[in-house]
Design a protein around this ligand. Structure first.
Ligand code: HEC
Ligand SMILES: [Cu+2]
Length: 476
């Protein structure tokens, strides 16, 4: 009989489960039969990579080895910093364990360290999150153990005095305690941690920059970054996905001070596990808060190709302090979801003559005076370029090259047209400074390109070169 069969099956399953839980595997040696006595080494990954999903369906003993080491490295182009790190990187490696696991943690402090360090894992139930048991002087190893009782996404950080200074120097990362019932499978998982740096010199001041305690106390950072440095998720280091794929971001905020208004330009979070907890408590979110010393899990499906921009929407941090990352999506265009620019017309609130400036409708340049065309160019510039190249074309040191007095721009107008049609990546030198960043392909009509380039060339001490519609049409 159908029902009783089902009942028998359930009973057998319950029996099996209880055997597994009591640790007596007996004759059930097939896969899926394991015990908390099984032991494995945790596989740690460096950002933006996430350790693979843990497939076992039982708790285990997991051994984590992590080294604290002080290293000099790049904070921004031309700017070096002495980072205090877990695992030689900022953020430290991501750790993934499963709810109920027994973790044996070995914290090694490299012999060349100048400082003692320890670790406070927010996933730990116990004094100092482990900090009380893990203070380690250079050249020593501390071992302590804990059971991860609570699933979720947690920050770990150094908590050695002065605590703020150890965190400000780069000592944080994420530990993900995978729930017994893991979140649904996705195509791509990435690891992103925001944090700030406080340097003696201003943003962009070159050379090895010492830590500024004064600025840290004032909560006035020179750099706000993802994954430890300006540009760590840009260009060749951008994270990637293909159209149609689902993406999960494990987002942390090491602080030490700022709260992140985490946003991805061009996407909407389908799902948010607020504050890194295990309840999927929001759909359709534009910006989620990630507290200092906290986290969030966000998920979204990428539908159309292009470059999505990860930002802290406290937006000066993005365009002036470094909190800008990229997720490059490749695939076919989906005009039913996103059309690209279809139309651009002069907006006159009074509703008088509306002048169309679309490709199909010929705008005879003679109809508009030179001054009108420059005005139109200025409007296009402010709407499409000034966010990166700045209002007066001055650019942003190391990130966005200047258009004002740019030798690169003035040397070759054909190249400038090509840049506006196709975008630009790879290393270039503008006025003696190197840039290696990405200018996305913009959705501008040929007329827009004519007007904006004529505006740029006629402004800010540029060479007043003239660009014609014929030239723009002939260049691809
Ligand atoms: C999202 C940021 C962004 C936007 C928006 C943007 N650019 Fe760029 N642009 C860049 C970056 C980054 C580079 C340098 C790329 C590289 O390193 O290869 C660049 C390079 C250039 C260059 C060549 C370098 C130079 O300084 O002469 C020109 C010209 C240029 N952009 C013009 C424009 C114009 C005009 C617009 C608006 C229609 C625009 N850009 C919009 C980011 C942007
Ligand atoms: Cu430390």
């Amino acid at each position: 009989m159908q029902i009783s069969k089902k009942k028998d099956f359930l009973t057998l399953k319950a029996l099996l489960k209880s055997l597994v839980l009591t640790g007596s595997c007996l004759m059930f040696s097939l896969s899926g039969c394991g015990t908390a006595n099984s032991e494995e080494k945790a596989q740690l990954t460096y950002a933006p990579n996430v350790p693979p999903v843990i497939e076992r369906n039982h708790a285990a003993k997991v051994i984590v080895d992590l080294e604290t080491i002080e290293v000099q490295g790049r904070l921004a182009d031309g700017v070096e910093y002495t980072f205090w790190t877990f695992g030689g990187s900022v953020p430290g490696p991501m750790i993934r364990v499963r709810e109920g696991d027994d973790v044996e943690f070995n914290l090694h402090n490299h012999p060349n360290s100048k400082m003692p360090h320890n670790i406070d894992l927010h996933a730990v139930t116990g004094p100092g999150g482990g900090a009380a048991s893990s203070l380690t002087v250079p050249g020593h190893t501390s071992k302590f153990s804990f059971k991860v009782i609570n699933a979720g996404l947690y920050i770990y950080h150094c908590a050695t005095a002065p605590v703020g200074m150890h965190i400000a120097n780069g000592m944080y990362g994420l530990i993900y305690v995978q729930p017994e019932d893991e979140l649904p499978k996705v195509d791509k998982e990435y690891y992103v941690v925001q944090s700030e740096f406080y340097t003696r010199g201003k943003n962009g001041a070159p050379g090895l920059q010492p830590f500024s305690m004064e600025k840290a106390v004032e909560e006035n950072p020179d750099y706000v970054v993802f994954n430890g440095s300006v540009g760590s998720l840009v260009g060749d280091r951008a994270i990637t996905a293909k159209t149609g794929e689902s993406v999960r971001l494990f987002v942390g905020n090491g602080g030490p001070n700022l709260i992140s208004s985490f946003h991805v330009i061009g996407e909407i979070f389908d799902n948010v596990y607020t504050e890194g907890g295990t309840v999927l408590n929001q759909h359709n979110v534009q910006t989620t808060l990630v507290p200092a010393g906290g986290s969030a899990i966000v998920e979204f499906k990428v539908d159309v190709p292009g470059t999505l921009i990860l930002v802290d929407h406290s937006i000066f941090r993005t365009f002036n302090k470094g909190a800008l990352g990229m997720l490059k999506v490749e695939g076919e265009n989906r005009p039913e979801i996103y059309s690209g620019k279809q139309n651009d017309e002069v907006y006159l609130p009074e509703g008088a003559a509306i002048q169309r400036l679309v490709n199909e409708v010929k705008v005879a340049p003679k109809e508009l005076s030179e001054a009108d065309l420059l005005k139109e160019g200025a409007r296009i510039y402010n709407a499409n370029c000034s966010a990166c190249h700045m209002k007066e074309g001055q650019g942003v040191a190391k990130v966005f090259p200047p258009l004002a007095g740019s030798d690169f721009l003035n040397a070759d107008k054909t190249r400038a047209i090509r840049i506006l049609k196709n975008g630009l990546k790879g290393e270039i030198t503008v006025n003696g400074n190197k840039y290696n960043n990405i200018m996305p392909q913009l959705e501008l009509s040929d007329e827009d390109i004519v007007n904006v380039l004529n505006y740029v060339y006629s402004s800010w001490n540029n060479k007043a070169l003239k660009v014609t519609l014929g030239e723009v049409k002939s260049i691809h």
